[in-house]
Design a protein. Sequence first.
Length: 155
Amino acid sequence: MNAVNWLDAREQRVWRGFLAVNSLLQERLDRDLQRRDGFTLVEYAILVHLSEAEGRRMRMRSLADTVIVSKSRLSHQVTRLEKDGYVRRESCEEDRRGSWAVLTPEGLKALRGAAPGHVSEVRANLFDRLTDEQVDSLGEIMAVLEEGLRGDSTA
């Protein structure tokens, strides 16, 4: 058995701070979206990614990877968005097992209605609290971490 390389006090403080900020920010943004627009943060992310995709459609598997949720959670969220008329599923001709999620005009309208309030909340709870230099540093740090996590095939 390998010896554990425990976190020192500084690393422990940073780690716990990261966990707290991540949780608090997601909870605050999710609660605001649900209260104001009736979307969860995940549903909002689905609509955003579909709005940015070519033809406003994505394969369900790719959408799950992009939104960073399990296929079953994505399916549940898309079903809810379908019931509201914001998304529809289409079968994939190239792969009978696959399907497309397609943003409807109603979904685009709902997203456009929700976006200004959401962006204001992101700005108020993240960017307005940081200096320009801190935003640049945070961006660099997030890029390094994301690249490492996405490139880690052992996970």
